[in-house]
Design a protein around this ligand. Structure first.
Ligand SMILES: Cc1cc2nc3c(=O)[nH]c(=O)nc-3n(C[C@H](O)[C@H](O)[C@H](O)COP(=O)(O)OP(=O)(O)OC[C@H]3O[C@@H](n4cnc5c(N)ncnc54)[C@H](O)[C@@H]3O)c2cc1C
Length: 448
């Protein structure tokens, strides 16, 4: 146990970093048309789509660390249709019509991701392998079946309930009672996807500055002045694509909170281990908990297991990439879910922050009369969405009214988060209620 506290975060996806001309560190004053803060899916997609729309624009992306340092290089690679925290919450908060529009937008986002991969010949190990939301107790089974009924009632089709036998023919686990199948979802190598976006943005002529944290943004004489590494970037327009770190930027403190989630990846499975779990379709799998577990096979046949206990740090502090207790939980959860894998060696462990708004709904907005734009709150569902948000940010920055800028979550009215420490204490109360609900639903689990 003592050794466990010394475990270091070691992201499996970093092994597949693709070779790309490294971004230079900013070390002298520059003047650009558009400065973008953050080199994840959102920032890089915005940069590419701006340059594609108007090659004469001078576009610079400033990244604190290196491309994909944030959630974009750390996630599980589920390409999903879920918008915001959960279907039930979105329907309660926003009503049927907006949920329908959001779902259609997510399907469009997946299609747009697939088109980007194809048009730019990006090899990101992408597969449209489908998604399974599995029930592990009768209470979760009832909830998941209700969710399918809600989707149907909304006119959102294509989700199907399968019982334990049919599910067992796909993935073998003694804990499963059934699942919702959603065939339109996929899995991607998130690291290759973010590196791919960086490559196309650079090829289109956008400049990427790495190791260039933006410490301050001021507006003077109708232009923005961004300070980084002692240099000043002067820009006509600014995009904040800083996601779970946005609260650290002066003036943006109450836009969102970071929430941390953790992942482990095993050694490659032996043939016997692989046979013990089935999973020929290689679907992405999630369970029905609020603190859901999400898992998949990697292209080299390791099991990636993520989720379970996560947390919102007090005061929005970002130094939480390691979490031995969460990693231990995931290791135990592997053994419970797949007894044939009990004792398998964990080769990689890491964690990262996603972004949550006050109502757990994604938000894209403009500031300074449209001279600046931001995107926050993709929660844990931004792999397809964040790339699409780049197209929305492009239209906002170019001051174009399009079907994308007309989407209801763009420039929507929303409450700011309360100031600290009330914000993170409030979030802790909500997460405690969610954990209690999970405990209630877990009672009566079918244990192996
Ligand atoms: C562990 C984990 C698992 C997830 N799994 C999934 C999944 O399977 N499917 C899914 O759809 N979504 C998932 N998500 C969410 C998804 O990864 C995010 O929604 C998406 O990556 C957000 O992209 P982004 O570009 O907006 O933000 P990020 O990738 O977080 O990029 C923001 C960047 O801004 C930089 N930055 C911040 N502040 C500054 C500054 N002041 N100056 C310069 N740079 C700055 C950061 O260093 C960072 O690189 C997961 C998230 C996590 C953390």
């Amino acid at each position: 146990m003592a050794a466990e506290t010394h475990l270091r975060a070691d992201n499996y996806w970093d092994r597949s970093k693709v070779t790309r001309a490294p971004g230079r560190k900013i070390d002298c004053d520059v003047s650009v048309d558009v400065a973008i803060v953050g080199a994840g899916y959102t920032g890089l997609s915005t940069a590419y789509h701006l340059k594609a729309a108007d090659p004469s624009l001078n576009v610079a992306v400033l990244e604190s660390e290196t491309v994909g340092y944030g959630a974009s290089g750390r996630n599980a690679g589920f390409v999903m249709t879920l918008f915001g925290a959960s279907l039930g919450l979105m329907k309660t908060l926003h009503g049927a019509e907006k949920v329908r529009a959001a779902h259609a937008h997510m399907e469009r986002s997946i299609a747009a991701l697939e088109t980007m991969l194809e048009e730019h010949a990006l090899d990101c190990d992408y597969q449209r392998s489908g998604f399974l939301k599995v029930a592990t107790t009768p209470r979760y089974a009832a909830r998941i079946r209700d969710e399918i009924a809600t989707l149907e009632a909304l006119g959102i089709h294509g989700h199907q309930w399968i019982g334990p036998e049919e599910l067992s023919a796909r993935v073998h686990s003694p804990t499963y009672l059934g699942a919702m199948v959603e065939p339109g979802c996929g899995l991607i190598n998130p690291r290759k996807w973010v590196d791919g976006l960086a490559g196309v943005a650079q090829s289109a002529g956008a400049k990427i500055y790495e190791n260039s944290p933006v410490k301050n943004v001021r507006r003077e004489g109708g232009r923005f002045r961004l300070e980084s590494n002692g240099a000043t970037v002067t820009a006509e327009k600014v995009v904040f694509a800083s996601n779970g770190y946005t609260h650290l930027i002066p003036g943006m403190r109450l836009k969102q909170l970071p929430a941390f989630v953790f992942i482990v990846v095993t050694e490659p499975l032996s043939e016997a281990q692989r046979a013990s779990i089935g999973w020929a379709g290689r679907e992405g799998v999630e369970d029905g908990r609020n603190f859901m577990h999400f898992y998949r096979l990697t292209p080299d046949n390791r099991l990636l297991m993520g989720g379970g206990p996560g947390f919102v740090p007090l005061g929005g502090r970002m130094n939480h990439d390691t979490h031995p207790a969460a990693w231990r939980h995931l290791e135990e959860f592997i053994a419970t879910t797949f007894p044939g894998l009990a004792g398998i060696k964990i080769a990689h462990r890491w964690g990262g922050a996603f972004s949550v708004t006050a109502d757990s709904t994604p938000q894209i907005g403009t500031l300074h009369g449209g001279a600046a734009a931001y995107s926050v709150g993709c929660t844990g569902h931004g792999v397809a969405l964040a790339h699409m948000n780049g197209r929305i940010l492009r239209d906002l920055i170019l001051d174009k009214k399009t079907d994308l800028t007309d989407l209801w979550f763009v420039n929507r009215r929303s409450l700011p988060l309360p100031p600290e420490p009330i914000g993170s204490l409030g979030a802790k109360a909500v997460t405690a209620a969610m954990a209690l609900d999970d405990w209630w639903c877990d009672r009566g689990a079918t244990q192996p």
